[in-house]
Design a protein around this ligand. Structure first.
Ligand code: MG
Length: 362
């Protein structure tokens, strides 16, 4: 089975309510979705969600990178995954979301060839995951209302986004904790919002107030590994590295320095499943547990991420709730989300049958 073509297309999905990404509010999710076609007529799916303020990639840069990589891998045998990945990762620097779309389509095809679902191919540890629900950074009242709605809807874990105003950050987390019962887990994402000293003093306040925070995600700037370690060493609450870990070399630095207690793996950050395996293996060997995360991704990316996370025993947390933000679902097949549970099926590969409204652009 050889790669014959990569058709680049787009899906545009309306969101239930405006979603804040960086400084922009989105009403639609625009995703680049590829169909990788083989000489045997099989189709593999992959997607890339542009998240410029985190990955530096825009819609047009993703399209450009896929077009750039495409001629390098045409004609390669899908069985030689090592060769294909070497070519992809040496062809162009960065562009990890574009690479992730190609990588996922290749794994989809490989699994289809052998008739095995992706999660089984990668390890097969479990068939479903429980995801948290993100409570966006907003007024205290709005965040409390959204948290209560989430708990009423059956969510047992809330990810509270803060980090833009330290005094209000404490107020927000305190109010959410007061509103929900103790059994509900609260994790906090500061999205690089604090200096290392601010992070330590804020997290210690959470501790002194007994807010029972499961972990704090990326308290300081992504580049500040020493700052991240300072925070990790000076609070009792667990610290998770998100924006600080893109590829395997970032993960190595964090693990070597013990700069964080947990690592977040996202396919859009690391360039796909092949690199996710490398990060996972390092973390697992060194006793660092991992969370699976995602960008604003449809069922294609969520199925790939869930398949990876479900397949591995050390992927113990999941933040994969973005499908719930979509007004309708363009993707037929793949993972199924019911309440806070994402369940995989046993169709080969990702199990995606079709994508409604997919527009070929190149
Ligand atoms: Mg994060």
């Amino acid at each position: 089975m050889k790669i014959q073509d990569i058709k680049i297309g787009k899906i545009n999905t309306p969101l239930r309510q405006p979603y804040k990404v960086g400084k922009r509010f989105l009403n639609f999710s625009d995703e680049i979705v590829i169909k990788m076609v083989t000489d045997t007529g099989e189709v593999g799916y992959g997607s890339a969600s542009p998240t410029p303020f985190i990955t530096g990639e825009t819609e047009s840069s993703i399209i450009g990178a896929i077009k750039y990589i495409k001629p390098e891998i045409i004609g390669l045998d899908i069985d030689n995954i090592e060769e294909i990945m070497k070519v992809i990762h040496s062809s162009i620097h960065g562009n990890n979301s574009a690479k992730a779309a190609i990588d996922v389509a290749i794994y989809d095809l490989l699994c289809k060839k052998y008739g095995v679902p992706l999660y089984k191919f990668l390890g097969g540890y479990r068939t479903s995951l429980t995801t948290d629900l993100t409570i966006s950074n907003d007024t205290v009242e709005q965040m409390v209302t959204k948290s209560l709605e989430a708990v009423m809807a059956g969510y047992t874990c809330l990810k509270v986004k803060i980090g833009n105003d330290r005094a209000r950050d404490i107020e927000r987390v305190k109010a959410v904790r007061k509103a929900v019962r103790r059994g509900i887990k609260i994790r906090v994402d500061a999205n690089q919002g604090w200096s290392p000293k601010e992070a330590v003093s804020t997290i210690r306040k959470f501790e002194d107030m007994g807010l029972d925070i499961e972990f704090v995600e990326q308290p300081v700037n992504a580049w500040d590994i020493d700052g991240l370690k300072y925070v990790t060493d000076n609070v009792e609450t667990k610290i998770l590295a998100d924006e600080a870990v893109f590829g395997p070399s970032d993960a190595f630095k964090i693990i070597e320095k013990r700069a964080a207690d947990l690592i977040s793996i996202k396919l859009m950050k690391c360039g796909g499943i092949n690199n996710a395996i490398k990060i996972y293996n390092m973390a697992e060997n060194m006793g660092i547990r991992c969370m699976m995360g995602c960008m604003l991704e449809s069922r294609i990316g969520i199925t790939a991420a869930t398949s990876f996370a479900a397949s591995k025993s050390n992927m113990i947390k999941a933040d994969l709730d973005t499908m719930l933000l979509f007004e309708h679902d363009a993707v037929i097949g793949g993972a199924c989300i019911t309440g806070n549970t994402i369940t995989l099926n046993d169709s080969p590969g990702l199990g995606i049958a079709d994508i409604i409204g997919w527009n070929e652009i190149f």
